[in-house]
Design a protein. Structure first.
Length: 269
């Protein structure tokens, strides 16, 4: 009965996704007039029309999103792991105050810091560029990932650090050769969440990007909707299905490592 209940709940949660995929093969006039999943008139041309896009080819939006997401991942993995290592293993003046300040930033909504950030990036001449979307990630601005890695590093035995110091390792070598390899489960979590949050981000990309050539997937999908005329629902749903593939492939690829990270002590590998 428990498994049956879980299957029912899973089907309910997956229904919107299944409806989107099924509707991507329907004509626009049939999407909302026929609630069933099976198309009466099969319309595979939605994918070709959606790939051509409205103002630019959808491949440009996909490339821009992947470019920004990859750079954001690199920045978060490097900077957040360094900051976490400093908070968890190093003793320096003002460490507690800095750590408390970092935790406070978790409570600040994005909209609170948006205006000062926009003024800063505008003075730097970065508006209508990709820089505001990935450069901040190289300065450990995502406190959630720093906190995640701090808690993970604290679970690692300090005897590993002490043994490395006896062998003459500097703090950088301890981080590079001991702590960073053992952070793999936390790093995989950081990679997945950074990719999903950056890839699906609509608000920041809408604020900083004005040129159609720089638009990302969320902004590209928005172009299929027209508030004053006919909206291309079929091509939009088709490209929404295509846009789901990169996060899905990433999650399936690293799913086992996430499970291993939860099931093991973190010392595996």
């Amino acid at each position: 009965m428990a498994h049956f209940a879980l299957v029912v709940v899973t089907l309910v949660m997956l229904y919107p996704l299944v409806w989107m995929v099924a509707s991507s093969f329907k004509p626009t006039s049939e999407i909302f007039s026929q609630p069933g999943l099976i198309p009466r008139h099969f319309e595979p041309s939605n994918y070709s029309a959606g790939w051509k896009g409205v103002s630019n080819a959808f491949s440009i939006f996909l490339e821009n999103s992947l470019f920004i997401s990859v750079l954001a991942i690199v920045g978060n993995v490097f900077s957040c792991s360094l900051a976490a290592f400093a908070f968890a293993r190093l003793n320096f003046f003002g460490r507690r105050i800095a750590y408390a300040t970092m935790l406070v930033t978790l409570m600040l909504p994005t909209h609170v810091t948006l205006v000062p950030q926009y003024i800063l990036f505008n003075k730097l001449g970065w508006v209508n560029t990709f820089y505001p979307l990935f450069v901040p990630h190289f300065f450990a601005v995502d406190a959630f990932f720093v906190l995640l890695m701090v808690q993970f590093i604290r679970s690692l035995p300090r005897e590993l650090d002490e043994a490395a110091r006896l062998d003459g390792c500097s703090p950088w070598k301890i981080y590079r050769h001991i702590v960073f390899p053992l952070l793999r489960p936390a790093l995989v979590t950081t990679v997945i969440f950074t990719f999903i949050w950056t890839y699906n981000d609509f608000f920041k990309q809408l604020i900083y990007l004005n040129d159609n050539q720089l638009f990302t997937v969320p902004l590209g999908l928005r172009q299929f909707l027209d508030s004053t005329g006919d909206s291309s629902w079929g091509p939009m749903l088709a490209m929404s299905t295509v846009a789901l593939l990169p996060p899905l492939v990433l999650f399936i690829t690293f799913q086992r490592r996430i499970v291993d990270g939860v099931a093991t002590s973190g010392l595996k590998g």
